[in-house]
Design a protein around this ligand. Sequence first.
Ligand code: PEP
Length: 251
Amino acid sequence: MRRKLVAGNWKMHGSLQANHALLTQLRAAQEGLAACDVAVFVPAPYLAQAQNLLQGSAIAWGAQNVSKHAAGAYTGEIAVNMLCDFACKYVLIGHSERRAIYGETDFVAAAKFAAAVGKGLIPVLCVGETLQEREAGVTDAVIARQIDAVLELTGYSAFHQAVVAYEPVWAIGTGKTATPEQAQAVHAAIRQRLSLHDGALASQLQIVYGGSVKAANAAELFAMPDIDGGLVGGASLVAEEFLAICRAACS
Ligand code: PEP
């Protein structure tokens, strides 16, 4: 039986004061969340704050990006070891905003995934098609390409310590959510692709859905057999909304 994971992607939002209020409210509600995994992806400058406010709780924290390099002359980059210094559990890899705005290729995402796994950090690999790709009928091919780039670099066994997030680009931050059936079809295809390598691994892998998840649609998405929770952007910035999504996953 897979546990569900609900993770908040704060993107480039927050301040010491606002984060304090949000994290304190999440921590206060953690007892009702024991049946599922909960995490927040905070902007890197706030990792120490997240660690201070969440350590000892059931809520994990992580970063939204990481370098593929271990150390060196890479101004502005953040290494896996640095995230480990702040006890991060997870790191987002290949979010569509990194792919679209910062030109991250499948190969860069794969290298970052490998760097994270190498140090015991759990990568949350984001995959998903654009609207144009969906309308062209190439959704499965796009997602297969994104997953295969990682498989080729790391081998399938690296997915034992990983999460996949299916995030249709057309649903992120747009208010348009994939229907539960649309999302389920892609999640099943991802699981099927990994089961070609290792059936047990595929059946244990957490595959979460992201794209305008909110309290009002979380339960119907999470009821689908291959949807193991959500990666939540905008709605993760409002404590009561995020907690309602977590409760939908925990019930
Ligand atoms: C995201 O940032 O990964 C995301 C899914 O955003 P939103 O929930 O706002 O669509």
